[in-house]
Design a protein around this ligand. Structure first.
Ligand code: MN
Length: 302
């Protein structure tokens, strides 16, 4: 990368950092500080690499700078919109105690979504079905706590299944209520709209793909628009039932592959020995790093 380009990029970083510092008090009124700090960390990372690495790819540097700029810009754009309740609440979150999940209140009246969704559905769906997921998740969490204390894991498979089934139900319904509103419809704006266009071609194509995915879920389940931090793209997923992908509103930190292909050549059918030995190769530094980043995502607890 040419000396000149590096110098100009460094200057660009300095300048945008100055603008950031200047507008920080204003931005902090509408955005959680962890969101803003995480943007600043990305900028620092770029600055660091510009100072210390000689073989940076100019295209990559440009892409990152462009992303930083777009994100920074969007912080102002979104000011005009009413800040989301969840954004404001992020700072005040306390962890849910084990077995202490609660039913979130419906953010509107039971009949608010009529004529599209009848109030009787809303009443049953929220008060009965969602409540039973909450109760089931609490029960499973307490039973697993009991197992940890006593060391008796005879029923662990049952309670893990219960925790996945009811946990997925609780977390997905909590999101579901909040993504509906009596004044809904239309199209998204800003960064999300840009990302939908990039990921799916157009809003119309996204809507059709999502609808088809939903109509074609086998038996029961969900269609879900997700952000993939790995692909850094939006994706549409189908969840048959919902527990098959575990609790959904969680971020994996430490996965252990127990498919036979992961150990059979060496351990034959002795999965137990494989699992016990596996602890010798865990890279805790990487798990710590994932945990650190994942911790920045905090929703209001229920
Ligand atoms: Mn439901």
């Amino acid at each position: 990368m040419s000396e000149q380009y590096i110098t100009s990029m460094k200057k660009w970083c300095d300048d945008i950092l100055k603008s950031y510092e200047k507008s920080f008090p204003e931005l902090a009124r509408n955005y959680d500080v962890t969101i803003l700090e995480s943007w600043k960390n990305d900028l620092f990372q770029l600055q660091l690499e510009l100072n210390e690495t000689s073989d940076l790819d100019p295209k990559d540097v440009y892409r990152r700078a462009d992303e930083l700029f777009t994100t920074f810009e969007s912080y102002f754009e979104d000011h005009r919109e009413e800040p989301q309740e969840q954004d404001r609440i992020q700072n005040q979150t306390k962890p849910v105690p084990i077995g202490g999940h609660t039913l979130p209140p419906l953010p509107y009246n039971y009949d608010a979504l009529e004529p599209y969704i009848h109030q009787e559905i809303m009443r049953l769906h929220h008060d009965k079905h969602h409540q039973s997921y909450v109760d089931g998740l609490n029960k499973a969490e307490k039973e697993m706590q009991k197992a940890r204390k006593t060391g008796n894991y005879d029923l662990i498979k049952h309670w893990q299944r219960e925790a996945a089934f009811h946990g997925a139900g609780h977390y997905l319904h909590t999101i579901f209520w909040s993504v509906m509103t009596p004044n809904g419809g239309g199209k998204p704006a800003g960064m999300l709209m840009r990302e939908i266009n990039q990921s799916f071609g157009s809003f119309e194509q996204f809507k059709q793909h999502f609808s088809e995915a939903a109509k074609n879920v086998e038996a029961v389940g969900w269609a879900i628009l997700v952000w993939s931090p790995r692909a850094q793209r939006l994706e549409i997923l189908q969840a048959e039932k919902h527990q098959n992908l575990s609790q959904w509103d969680v971020i994996p930190l430490l996965p252990l592959d127990v498919w036979e292909h992961a150990y059979y050549l060496q351990y034959k059918n002795d999965r137990k020995k494989y699992v016990d030995n596996w602890w010798n190769v865990v890279n805790w530094k990487e798990v710590e790093r994932r945990f650190h980043v994942a911790q920045q995502v905090r929703w209001k607890p229920f």
